[in-house]
Write a new protein. Structure first.
Length: 446
């Protein structure tokens, strides 16, 4: 460093558990990420789910009441801070609570049954690993105000179609359970406590803590010390009321009628008290420990828990990053047109031509720097367009020459007709249309 040179400031790194994405790169993750969202938006419209937006942060009470003070998310994982007004604010760790809050405070009860869907970033302070980030993104779909099993079936069929249209259904399994109604769930909970208390000495420290707070969560413990006790625990079937059994039978019958395959997993739980009836996860072994790509269930007690009227509801969420890891990289879109400006004094003409293309709802890349040969190189080899348009410095009848050349996939691709090209450019330029295809860009004249 020179004697009086000011040291360059050190650039801060990205915060741990976050990621940057750039489109058009080798791994195409940004394209896969965007492809997941675009497919979700297209499929949710088929099912009549309206787009909904809720704030990225809420009063902490929204999540503390909905998720429960004793859950790991609330006690360990939420990004909570006090704002300048002294209010406790939390970055959303999930979508459902904020949507339920809006359903109450915005008067959305008038639209019930309400079918809504959204996607966006969520925040949890977890240990980052494959498929798990501290800022992550989810798809979310909810039906609020529908008590019938058909709502559960519709959501599951929606999820199944989404995975199929993403091309990742092979190797992903729908696992399904029922948590019964309130009476069924409470009877099962008592039986589980009795079973786990009899084997306290075999449980991990985390499961002993859950035994006091949330005993159902012991069933999906990943600690090998807990598995023998959890695997020998009683299932819920012996405690289901006739009403709960009928509800579950209707869900499974609906899935069968819709051609959606599933596997029963009587150890699948949702640990919060307001969950009822259907619980489900779509799981895969292609993501290591983070095997759940989509999960949800019926949460009939949540809105009441937030101070609203008793309201049935069911929903699911899916991690966009996890889905993006499974999908094949889509083909990166290339430009329909490349506009090559052959000399600097024609740059204005280049943008005039490009703007006419853009306004015709066609994609276009403009190249106007470097030597003429380099301009061709940038425009053709790097951008790989279907059609190249060069603007030459030759002027005839006070109008620049506009040379339109077809390359690469012509004539397989659909090309604009001469009339269309003349309507776009003929009033300002002398058109020279070359329809003889050149197979390789390397063969182009320069």
């Amino acid at each position: 460093m020179a004697k009086n040179e000011t040291p360059r400031p050190k650039t801060p790194n990205a915060v741990r558990g976050t990621q940057d994405m750039l489109g058009g790169t080798k791994d195409a993750f940004a394209e896969r990420f965007t492809h997941v969202i675009a497919t979700f938006d297209r499929v949710r419209k088929l099912y009549g789910f309206q787009r909904v937006e809720v704030p990225v942060f809420e009063a902490t009470a929204v999540f503390a009441r909905s998720l429960g003070e004793s859950t790991d998310v609330v006690s360990k994982e939420m990004y909570t801070f006090e704002d300048r007004g002294g209010d406790s604010i939390t970055l959303r760790p999930e979508f459902t609570a904020g949507i339920a809050r809006a359903y109450i405070t915005e008067g959305w009860q008038q639209y019930a049954p309400l079918k809504v869907a959204t996607h966006g970033p969520l925040f949890r302070y977890e240990r980052p690993q494959k498929g798990r980030f501290r800022q992550f993104h989810q798809l979310d779909a909810e039906i609020i105000g529908a008590a019938e099993p058909g709502a559960d079936v519709e959501l599951l069929v929606f999820a199944d179609q989404l995975l199929k249209e993403l091309g990742i259904a092979d190797g992903v399994t729908l696992t399904l359970n029922t948590l019964g109604d309130a009476a069924s769930r409470e009877a099962w909970r008592v039986a589980l406590i009795r079973h786990f208390e009899a084997h306290r000495d075999q449980l991990s420290e985390e499961s002993l803590d859950r035994l006091a707070r949330n005993p159902m969560r012991i069933l999906d413990s990943k600690d090998p010390r807990d598995r023998p006790v959890a695997d020998s625990a009683p299932g819920i079937d012996a405690y289901l009321t006739d009403e709960a059994l009928t509800f579950f039978d209707k869900v499974t019958a609906g899935l069968k009628a819709a051609g959606v395959d599933y596997q029963r997993n009587d150890r699948l739980v949702r640990g919060l008290d307001y969950y009822r009836h259907t619980a489900f996860e779509f799981v895969t072994d292609r993501l290591g420990a983070q095997g759940t790509v989509l999960g949800g269930g019926r949460y009939d007690g949540l809105i009441e828990n937030l101070g609203g009227p008793a309201t049935p509801a069911v929903g699911w969420a899916a991690g966009i990053e996890r889905l993006a890891m499974l999908v094949d990289a889509p083909e990166i879109a290339k430009a329909n047109f490349a506009v090559i400006v052959e000399s600097d004094d024609l740059i204005s003409a280049g943008y005039d031509v490009a703007s006419r293309i853009w306004r015709s709802s066609l994609s276009c890349e403009v190249t106007a720097t470097g030597s003429p040969k380099k301009r061709w190189e940038k425009a053709t080899r790097l951008k790989n367009p279907d059609i190249a348009i060069s603007i030459s410095s030759e002027v005839t009848a006070d109008r620049p020459n506009l040379r339109v050349r077809y390359y690469a996939k012509y004539p397989q691709i659909e090309m604009p007709s001469d009339d269309v090209l003349h309507s776009m450019f003929g009033s300002r330029y002398n058109l020279q249309i070359e329809r003889q295809p050149i197979t390789l860009w390397a063969d182009r004249p320069v």
